[in-house]
Design a protein around this ligand. Structure first.
Ligand code: C5P
Length: 398
């Protein structure tokens, strides 16, 4: 899929720059043509020689190199690519992009281009969480910039949390998705999936049963049709799909925050089995058995993510889809739920134990819209996902 695709790869200045070398190798193995650009800070971490040797191409390093300007101007350089990839995208580079700076070769290329851009952020966790960076992220989302990562984990600086650059193969999958030609190309779609875990104490939680299989299949089907998918998942059994912007959360509150941060989107599909309640004052230490008798848990209601998104007064996605997993009066309940939540469609299914749907490979659903209930035959969850993705593509194209 990447054969002969022209990738302009901007390598920013961060410790993750070493992974950009592997990324170049992976891209070239797949037949892509990589034109590397190394920022001044990037050159502190990897040398121009190793970058150009791996890319098998000249590395561009400075805007004011007159020879380069004579050879290929920066405008042409940025426009002759099928995709611009920034890896690692540092907090500084993202700020420049969000503000429209053109103060060096990389930022000038990014400002001068009309080519799609995918960024793989990498930075210290505090820098990522800083309100300034979060504002820049929202601006870049609004500008149509695609993201891959960052991942959660240990960082070179010794801290832990979001900020690690996506791995080279994850970036390759995101590049595949960004270049995919399909009816959802250029569409940004939010998918929630999996259960949420609401802590009782540090070792216990309440949750709904959810494997995350259907949400994952939907995200995968949307990626295949060319969508940029933001996948917000609770702790699910099914591993997340490739080629999505992945956000892992535990609680309903965190899921809501991740969804808000993902906006604006063209469509939102809430497939997560969100816990309806959380424990009001979760204990910070393990509750001991015995002594004081049975623990008394006081519950508080969780935010309804689907209803919140469906009822946004500004920036509501064009299409908001919810799920109704019911054990009786499936269709009536789903029709009532669609109206109560204010969403456009409800995918309704019967999850009574005898159906084998919960945690199984198949699903049998009815799509509830303002046109009534459309009953689909029993099919695999992957086929339900493909059919739903095709319907979404059709509807967004109208
Ligand atoms: O209200 P109920 O849980 O039956 O509705 C199911 C639908 O609502 C699903 O699409 C689910 O993802 C969504 N939901 C939500 N936030 C909640 C509860 C449910 O997004 N707190």
């Amino acid at each position: 899929m990447l054969a002969s695709k022209r990738i302009l790869l901007i390598i920013g200045g961060g410790i993750a720059a070493f992974k950009a070398l592997d990324l170049i190798r992976r891209l070239r193995e797949r037949g892509a043509v990589v034109t590397p650009v190394l920022t001044r800070a990037g050159a502190e971490f990897v040398t121009p020689l190793s970058v150009s040797a791996l890319a098998g191409a000249k590395v561009y390093t400075d805007l004011f190199d007159l020879t380069d300007e004579a050879e290929m101007g920066h405008i042409q350089l940025s426009r002759s690519a099928d995709l611009i990839v920034v890896a690692p995208a540092t907090a500084d580079l993202m700020a420049k992009m969000a503000q429209g700076h053109a103060s060096d070769l990389a930022s000038t290329l990014l400002l001068a281009t009309d080519t799609p851009v995918l960024i793989a952020p990498a930075m210290n966790v505090r820098m990522w969480q800083h309100p300034a960076t979060q504002r820049n992220i929202a601006t870049l989302h609004g500008d149509g910039i695609a993201f891959t990562g960052p991942n959660d984990g240990d960082m070179a600086c010794g801290e832990h949390g979001p900020g690690r650059m996506a791995e080279p193969l994850e970036i390759v999958a995101a590049i595949d998705a960004a270049l995919a030609e399909g009816p959802l190309k250029g569409r940004r779609i939010l998918v929630t999936s999996g259960p949420t875990h609401e802590p009782i104490d540090p070792v216990r939680y309440i949750a709904n049963r959810s494997s995350g299989a259907q949400g994952t299949a939907i995200a995968r089907a949307l990626v295949r049709l060319g969508a940029e998918v933001v996948f917000v998942t609770g702790p699910a059994d099914t591993p997340p799909p490739d080629g999505v912007e992945l956000h892992r959360v535990q609680t309903a509150q965190q899921m809501l925050e991740a969804c808000h941060a993902a906006l604006p989107v063209d469509a939102a599909i809430c497939a997560a089995a969100v816990a309806d309640w959380h424990v009001k004052s979760a204990s910070t230490s393990k509750i001991k058995k015995g002594a004081g008798g049975l623990p008394q848990l006081e519950f508080a209601e969780n935010p309804d993510i689907l209803a919140t998104i469906a009822q946004l007064s500004a920036g509501r996605p064009a299409l908001v889809i919810g799920f109704a997993a019911e054990t009786n009066d499936v269709i009536q309940n789903a029709i009532a739920k669609r109206l109560r939540k204010g969403c456009d469609w409800i995918v309704a299914n019967d999850v009574s134990p005898e159906t084998g749907i919960m945690g199984g490979a198949d699903n049998e659903v009815a799509l509830i819209s303002d046109e009534g209930a459309d009953h689909w035959p029993r099919m695999s969850k992957a086929d339900v996902a493909n059919r739903l993705a095709a319907r979404i593509a059709e509807t967004l194209a109208k």
